[in-house]
Design a protein around this ligand. Structure first.
Ligand SMILES: [Zn+2]
Ligand SMILES: [Zn+2]
Length: 246
């Protein structure tokens, strides 16, 4: 399909891109969304609800035998993002409790790791840091002399302009070299049905970034987390291995 064929004019958002969701999600987005994992190339994959997923699972794919059973609706890409972000509010009390318990466990675990990093490498005392996405490294240095080198994986970023969280696996400006392992966190979210781990972008502030980084550090058993500020917000990095520079 050419890009032209996906153009749409939304009454609310103007010129936009066509996306498809099942009629149930279009009517009530506050439920589980099933889709392929979003990516830089395909940020708004076709999505369907639990009921439609039973039809999907009968074939394990959409094909001639089951595709007609799903009533697809067109949304503009902005409407799609807004609707999918709403789905993070769908927890019942039990799910909410499990999620909160996971977050507190991950934060406790992370604070022990952060203390250890501070003790061993004094990360906050170095004059500057630079990341190299190709080498997947974060280098702390003083006056041009590297002091500590960390292997990194990007978790995601909080935009203080749009007040949203965006996972690195859905961010086209993040290199593949620093976002291949983070997919395990998405898969953990799919397995346990934690929508904040699987919805690419949702309303957030800095504290939500720390939550996601803490969960990612837990799932990937990282040494710690580093938060880098920018003019538009914060990027959260996992430090998967840390060593003193030679
Ligand atoms: Zn449906
Ligand atoms: Zn729209």
């Amino acid at each position: 399909m050419s890009d032209d064929a996906r153009e749409i004019t939304c009454q609310e958002h103007g010129a936009a891109t066509t996306t498809y969701v099942c009629s149930h999600l279009a009517t009530n987005p506050v439920q589980r969304w099933h889709s392929a994992r979003a990516s830089g190339d395909n940020p708004w994959p076709d999505a369907w609800c639990n009921a439609c997923n039973a039809t999907f699972l009968r074939e394990g794919e959409w094909n001639d035998r089951n595709a007609d059973a799903v009533d697809l609706r067109i949304l503009c890409n902005h409407c799609y993002e807004g609707a999918s972000a709403k789905s993070i509010a769908r927890f019942d009390a039990a799910q909410s409790k499990a999620w909160q318990e996971l977050l507190s466990h991950c934060h406790e675990e992370l604070s022990v790791k952060q203390e250890a990093l501070k003790r061993e490498y004094s990360l906050t005392r170095h004059k500057r840091w630079d990341w190299d996405q190709d080498r997947a490294e974060l280098v702390f240095s003083n006056d041009g002399i590297p002091a500590v080198v960390a292997t990194i994986e990007f978790v995601g970023s909080v935009s203080t302009q749009s007040n949203t969280w965006l996972w690195s696996w859905a961010n086209p400006s993040t290199e593949e070299s620093v976002r291949s392992r983070i997919v395990a966190v998405y898969e953990f979210g799919e397995a346990h049905d934690y929508p904040r781990l699987t919805v690419p972008k949702w309303p957030a502030e800095e504290a939500n970034g720390w939550d996601m980084a803490a969960v990612a550090a837990h799932v990937l058993d990282a040494a710690g987390v580093y938060r880098t500020p920018s003019e538009t917000g914060f990027t959260f990095l996992l430090l998967t291995e840390v060593r003193t520079a030679q």
